[in-house]
Write a protein that binds this ligand. Structure first.
Ligand SMILES: NC(=O)c1ccc[n+]([C@@H]2O[C@H](COP(=O)([O-])OP(=O)(O)OC[C@H]3O[C@@H](n4cnc5c(N)ncnc54)[C@H](O)[C@@H]3O)[C@@H](O)[C@H]2O)c1
Length: 322
């Protein structure tokens, strides 16, 4: 059956890909986004222009941290499911602009919960959490959803963890079935200009040096966007019985040096490297145990870093030539 999905953060990286997949599968998408200037608004508008080509896509420019903005804009819209991705993302920027994280990720999250509470037709609310909630930990094996998470290393992580707690209380109080997804470093075409893979590509192609922060210590579980969107419609269409949380990662961490090598190979150039110590807010390693999402949804990421980065760099070149 076709779903009518309210998608917050529809002009964002993951939101754009998720919207496209849902629309391609015949669902209706009502997108919202405030198109903020954290990174290039023209990239967000270009994503949106592609979504507007679908008849079953509508869009509202609004800020979810404004109480009742959703109610006012969506008064007459039929909505059966919510995919809530809008957030102030980025670990490092949370040191510079902490209040924007509380506004979008805590106040905004609460407003989405309130919207769901008063809309009886909503069968399932799926929202984005983050691998950052795990904080710094000795990772000889993958992080699991049942691990204790009480020590966020950045304000960004603290706000994503707060979102999970707000959701748990609303699931209990108002019986709103919810699923939280802890994404692990998602990358790919139409990606985010603030993330390392984009910055390295830009600098290597223009012959500028790249800065690596404690590269011998850093590992990330890089997850290709297509592997995420392959499973999203299934997750949204299977309401949780109460409130479930799943890791969505590649479950195969790579060293930061592997990322540099993959970008160098895809760009056909060698990086000049500036070394710096670890940055405040960064954790050394992320590593997803994905057995829960595997058994619940058949989640099976299949893209290795080299393949995914080659795919991104191809898109990046086209995008900058267009
Ligand atoms: N990409 C990743 O590696 C990653 C990893 C972990 C978690 N996440 C989470 O996944 C979600 C999507 O991330 P993304 O990578 O697509 O980021 P993104 O920044 O590309 O997308 C977020 C979108 O939300 C919009 N937005 C921000 N605040 C808003 C507000 N107050 N009202 C309305 N719209 C607002 C932004 O304009 C943006 O288009 C976020 O919740 C993020 O925290 C992403």
């Amino acid at each position: 059956m076709g779903m009518d999905v309210l998608l917050t953060g529809a002009a964002g990286f993951i939101g754009f890909h998720a919207a496209r997949r849902l629309l391609d599968e015949g669902h209706t998408v009502i997108g919202v986004d405030n198109l903020n200037a954290y990174y290039s608004a023209s990239l967000k508008l270009a994503r949106l222009a592609r979504l507007r080509k679908y008849e079953s896509f509508t869009f509202h420019s609004l800020d979810i941290s404004q109480k009742s903005a959703l109610d006012t804009a969506l008064e007459d819209s039929r909505i059966t499911h919510i995919l809530h991705l809008a957030a102030q993302a980025g670990v490092r920027y949370s040191l510079e602009n902490p209040h924007s994280y509380i506004q979008s990720n805590v106040v905004g999250h609460l407003n989405v919960l309130e919207f769901a509470r008063h809309r009886k037709a909503i069968e399932h609310l799926v929202y984005a959490s983050s691998s950052s909630v795990y904080g710094e930990r000795a990772a000889v094996k993958g992080f699991t959803e049942t691990d204790r998470v009480r020590q966020p290393a950045s304000l960004y992580a603290a706000t994503k963890l707060s979102g999970e707690l707000l959701s748990e209380s609303y699931a209990r109080l108002y019986d709103i079935p919810q699923t939280g997804l802890r994404f692990f470093t998602v990358y790919g075409p139409w990606g985010r200009p603030d993330m390392a893979y984009w910055i390295f590509t830009q600098k290597i192609l223009s012959g500028d040096p790249i800065t690596l922060f404690a590269p011998n210590l850093m590992q990330r579980d890089f997850t290709f966007i297509d592997d995420i969107v392959d499973v999203l419609p299934k997750i949204i269409s299977q309401p949780a019985s109460h409130h479930d949380i799943y890791n969505l990662g590649n479950s195969a961490p790579n060293k930061l040096h592997d990322l540099v090598t993959a970008v160098e190979m895809a760009c056909g150039g060698k990086a000049e490297i500036i070394l710096k110590p670890q940055q405040a807010g960064d954790v050394q390693k992320t590593f997803a145990d994905i057995s829960a999402a595997q058994s619940a949804f058949g989640f099976a990421p299949k893209t290795d870093l080299q393949t995914g980065i080659a795919n991104f760099v191809k898109w990046y070149r086209d995008w900058h030539q267009a």
